[in-house]
Design a protein. Structure first.
Length: 273
């Protein structure tokens, strides 16, 4: 059957990673053999050429491709015994703009021979391809960062750390038949680090950073209290809320891999409006 097809496969071999310091980057060396669960990637049994765009997911993310080269084999094969041909026309490494995943995109072609109803056909198949890709990528880390502020009279910050910061999202399960309420589960995707608080004019401030936040996933930043917080804080200790009423989830992408100034402030400093 002729035509143009699209198929996606996932690479199974992990890359060799080489670190480069100037500029900060990584050279990723991919190599492997790609096939699918059905065993056949592309086939054809007539004179019209079947073409396929094969997208191989390389299971690695990046913010930017600096340089790349790639090959996919076999390049082109035919025979004098019957009119048939299979070919790899082109290969290219691309970056998924939403998820940051590296993709090896390969253009395949296959042409068979239809010899009539009585004579049958010459069918050709591409069952697997070998590939290599050398990709130099930027290693700017995806992260969310900001500052947490509170009054010293609300919490003295003795015995730090007393707060924890994470990025995650909620999964809501609807109520089951016969039940009035559903359930919500908090899923943590990355854990942050809070610096030691600095006291200035009666107000503490602590910078935080959350690294390793996945691309393409809307997340929220959540502050939680550790036992030291309750041991040092008076009754009615302050809660924290996003400053400037920025309550929308944050989604990092390769085009915007970092979100800064995601600040929190104690409720008792300036009541929310």
């Amino acid at each position: 059957m002729s035509g143009t097809f699209q198929v996606s496969l996932r690479a199974t071999a992990a890359p060799v990673v080489v670190g480069i310091t100037n500029p900060p980057s990584q050279l990723l060396l991919f190599a492997g053999i790609a096939t699918n669960s059905k065993g056949q990637i592309l086939g054809n049994c007539d004179e019209d050429t079947s073409r396929m765009t094969l997208t191989l997911h390389l299971n690695r993310t990046a913010t930017r491709i600096l340089q790349h080269s790639s090959t996919a084999a076999l390049a082109s094969i035919n025979s004098d015994e019957g009119e048939w041909q299979v070919a790899v026309d082109a290969s290219e490494v691309r970056l998924d703009p939403a998820t940051g995943e590296l993709l090896l995109v390969v253009e395949l072609a296959a042409t068979g021979e239809s010899m009539g109803f009585l004579d049958g056909a010459t069918c050709v198949y591409i069952d697997r391809i070998s590939y290599t890709a050398h990709v130099l990528v930027d290693i700017q880390a995806p992260l969310i960062a900001g500052t947490v502020r509170w009054r010293a009279s609300d919490f003295a910050a003795h015995g730090w750390p007393a707060l924890a910061v994470v990025a995650g999202y909620w999964i809501t399960t609807p109520a089951s038949p016969g039940s009035l309420f559903g359930t919500s589960t908090w899923v943590v995707v990355a854990t942050g680090i809070l610096d030691q608080p600095i006291l200035t004019d009666g107000t503490y401030s602590a910078d935080y950073v959350i690294q390793g936040v996945p691309f393409g996933r809307p997340v929220q930043v959540l502050l939680t209290s550790l036992p030291n917080f309750f041991a040092s804080a008076p009754s009615g200790a302050p809660g924290f809320w996003r400053e400037h009423n920025m309550l929308d989830p944050i989604m990092l992408t390769p085009g915007q891999p970092q979100q800064l100034n995601v600040d929190f402030i104690a409720r008792t400093i300036f009541p929310p409006r």
